[in-house]
Design a protein around this ligand. Structure first.
Ligand code: PAF
Length: 288
């Protein structure tokens, strides 16, 4: 089961199921931390939260091709399994599931999971098919491992809500837990794609978080939201972002648009943004 260094590692669904079954019969509880590797502190915070919520932690490492669009970075996505394995070992991951593509997508594989509107707005509009790929692979990982709890970062907030919807609609018996975003000292949310930023772009990158906070302040104080959003667009362009996909205030559960007439006491709100800086597309969000 074990590769030379790093946590015990399985590469087939059968071996994953056998390991989990052994733990289950010993009364252990299981937490799942799905990742695509290129680990950073954000992923490690998921592993720590997983240890706090179950007696055994299974991490997964799989760069999922079905969530990448044709012109996206599947072939160049940062991959370093040895480094990831070392970091998982340091965080005392009990088992790593690192399947090859044919374990996840067998011959003639054709089933896809589409959660509807929640997965076609915002990032779903700018990255068509992305959330179908995410929902499909996460459903597979959950059904392969049948954990008690699975943990995802709030940094990818729409992804988190899509997964919650999918799990609820399909009656998959697992608790989905969101873990707060880990940030650099200047506010930039950690992301594997931050590696694409040049030093100059890295300096400009925290503007996204700063703009989201200004929009959140306007929403909380009943200020002029469209004006705050327009100002935010201008500020991002001035900071060097080449284009802004969206800056928006949404109901955190339904993703319905929130405007000045919405009673924020009654609706859980979220400010979300996505913008391009050099080769990176950055996304971030702030709770209202
Ligand atoms: O957030 C990610 O890293 C991926 O989208 C996930 C959830 C592991 C599915 O491939």
């Amino acid at each position: 089961m074990s590769d030379s260094s790093g946590p015990p590692t399985v590469r087939t669904v059968a071996d994953l199921r056998a390991a989990v079954a052994t733990w289950r019969s010993a009364g252990e509880t299981i937490a799942l931390v799905p990742t695509m590797g290129a680990l950073h502190e954000g992923h490690l915070s998921l592993v720590r939260a997983a240890h706090a919520n179950a007696s055994k932690v299974v991490a997964t490492l799989f760069v999922n091709p079905t969530q990448f669009g044709e012109n996206e970075d599947l072939s160049t996505y940062p991959r370093d399994e040895d480094r990831d394995r070392e970091l998982f070992a340091q965080e005392k991951v009990d088992l790593l599931f690192a399947p090859a593509i044919d374990q996840m997508y067998g011959e003639n594989d054709s089933t896809r999971i589409d959660v509807g509107e929640l997965g076609t707005c915002l990032d779903g509009e700018y990255r068509p098919g992305f959330f179908v790929g995410v929902a499909t692979v996460v459903a597979k990982l959950l059904l392969q491992s049948l954990p008690d709890v699975a943990l995802f970062g709030e940094k990818d907030f729409q992804q988190l809500q899509v997964i919650r919807r999918m799990v609820s609609d399909l009656h998959i018996p697992v608790e989905i837990m969101g873990v707060p975003t880990v940030r650099e000292a200047d506010g930039l949310a950690l992301s594997s794609r931050n590696a694409y930023l040049t030093p100059e772009e890295r300096e400009a990158a925290p503007a996204l978080y700063s703009v989201l906070n200004k929009i959140a302040d306007a929403a909380r104080s009943g200020g002029d939201l469209p004006a705050a959003i327009d100002d935010g667009m201008d500020e991002l362009r001035a900071a060097g972002f080449s284009s802004v996909d969206y800056l928006t205030v949404r109901n955190a559960d339904t993703f319905a648009v929130i405007d000045a007439s919405t009673d924020l006491q009654r609706f859980p709100g979220r400010v979300l943004g996505a913008a391009h800086l050099g080769k990176a597309r950055l996304i971030d969000n702030v709770k209202l």
